[in-house]
Design a protein around this ligand. Structure first.
Ligand SMILES: Nc1ncnc2c1ncn2[C@@H]1O[C@H](COP(=O)(O)OP(=O)(O)OP(=O)(O)O)[C@@H](O)[C@H]1O
Ligand SMILES: [Mg+2]
Length: 294
C-alpha cells in the first residue's frame, strides 16, 4: 500500500464516451460538494458524502491509470492498495486492516484505490465455515467503512459477476472494455506521437495508424508494450527509423503470446481451421451431390 502523487493526467487516458461521462460526473460532484452539502445543508441527510466506484473489466484496459488520473484532476493524492493489504490469515486482522486503510485515506484526504477487490465484493460460495465467517466479518467492516467515508473510494476487479447485493447498491460500477478500432487508433496515436515523445519515424514512410488499429482483441497495455518493445529493439539494433513493419511484428508477437497464455487461437490458426472446415464441408457437399446424381 502506498500514498502517492498520481502519475497520470486525464488527457493521457483514452476511454469511450460513456466512461468519460461517468468520470465527468465524479469530478463535478467534487466541485459542487461543498455547495450542496454544506451551503445547501444536505449534510443533514447524508453525513458522509462519498463516491464509491467499481472499475471492472479486462486486465490492461486502464483501470489503475484512470483512478490515478481522476485523483490528479481533483487535486488529491492516491492510496494504491490491494486486496492483499487487507486480507489476513489471522482472524480479526482483515477487518482491522480495512478500518486502518479507510482511516489512513481520510487522514490524508486521498483517493482510495483498492485493487483486486473481486473477493472483497463477491458473495462467497463453497468456502469452509471458518473462511466464510472471516469473509463475512470483513465484508461487514468494509460496508461500515464505506458508509463512514466521505471521500472517493475506487475498487478494481476483473470479474463482473456475483457481487454482494449490499455493495451493488452502494457502489457505482464502471465497465472498462477492450478498446474498439476507433479507440485503438487513438491509443496508437497517443502512445506513438504524444507531446514530448520523439520516436524516430521516416518522413518518407509514415506510420499507417489505421492499419495498426485494425489489429484487434488487444488492450491499451498491449499497445503500450508494443511501442516500448519496438523502440528498444530499434535502439539496440541501432536502426535509424521505426518502421510500420516493426510495430506490426511486435504487436502481432504480443497477440500471439497473449493467446498462448490464455489458450486462445491466434488469428492465423483461426483462419487455418476455418479454411479446413470449409474444405471439408465442400467435400461432403460434393459427395452428396454425386450420390444424388447416381
Ligand atoms: N484506456 C487507456 N488509455 C491510455 N493508456 C492505457 C489505457 N489502458 C491501458 N493503457 C496503458 O496500459 C498501462 C496499463 O494500464 P492499467 O494498469 O491502468 O490497466 P488495468 O486495467 O489497471 O490492468 P489490471 O487489471 O491488470 O490491473 C497504462 O499505464 C497505460 O500505459
Ligand atoms: Mg490495475
Amino acid at each position: 500500500m502506498e500514498l502517492k502523487e498520481p502519475r497520470f493526467t486525464l488527457d493521457q487516458v483514452i476511454l469511450d464516451d460513456k466512461i468519460v461521462e461517468e468520470l465527468q460526473y465524479v469530478i463535478k460532484f467534487e466541485q459542487v460538494r461543498d455547495k450542496v452539502y454544506n451551503k445547501w445543508g444536505l449534510s443533514k441527510i447524508e453525513k458522509s458524502p462519498k463516491q464509491a466506484l467499481n472499475f471492472w473489466g479486462d486486465s490492461g484496459t486502464g483501470k489503475t491509470m484512470t483512478a490515478e488520473a481522476l485523483a490528479n484532476v481533483i487535486g488529491k493524492k492516491i492510496i494504491l492498495a490491494s486486496y492483499a493489504d487487507i486480507e489476513s490469515k489471522y482472524h480479526g486482522d482483515g477487518p482491522k486492516n480495512a478500518r486502518y486503510l479507510f482511516e489512513f485515506a481520510a487522514e490524508n484526504d486521498a483517493v482510495l484505490f483498492i485493487d483486486e477487490a473481486d473477493s472483497l465484493l463477491s458473495c462467497r460460495i463453497n468456502a469452509t465455515q471458518g473462511a466464510e465467517q472471516a469473509a463475512n466479518s470483513l465484508r461487514s467492516e468494509l460496508l461500515i467503512q464505506i458508509e463512514k467515508f466521505s471521500g472517493i473510494v475506487i475498487f478494481a476487479t476483473n470479474l463482473a459477476s456475483n457481487y454482494d447485493k449490499a455493495f451493488v447498491t452502494r457502489i457505482k460500477s464502471i465497465h472498462f472494455e477492450k478498446p474498439n478500432q476507433e479507440l485503438r487508433r487513438k491509443l496508437w496515436e497517443k502512445l506513438l506521437f504524444d507531446e514530448d515523445i520523439y520516436l524516430p519515424f521516416d518522413a518518407n514512410n509514415p506510420i499507417n495508424v489505421e492499419k495498426l488499429s485494425s489489429i484487434d482483441d488487444i488492450c491499451g497495455r498491449d499497445i503500450k508494450n508494443a511501442v516500448i518493445k519496438t523502440a528498444v529493439k530499434t535502439a539496440i539494433n541501432r536502426d535509424v527509423f521505426i518502421l510500420q513493419k516493426n510495430l506490426e511484428d511486435t504487436i502481432n508477437e504480443i497477440v500471439e503470446s497473449n493467446n498462448k497464455v490464455t489458450g486462445e487461437l491466434s488469428a492465423t490458426e483461426k483462419k487455418e481451421i476455418g479454411e479446413k472446415i470449409q474444405r471439408q464441408i465442400r467435400k461432403k457437399e460434393k459427395r452428396k451431390y454425386r450420390r444424388r446424381k447416381v
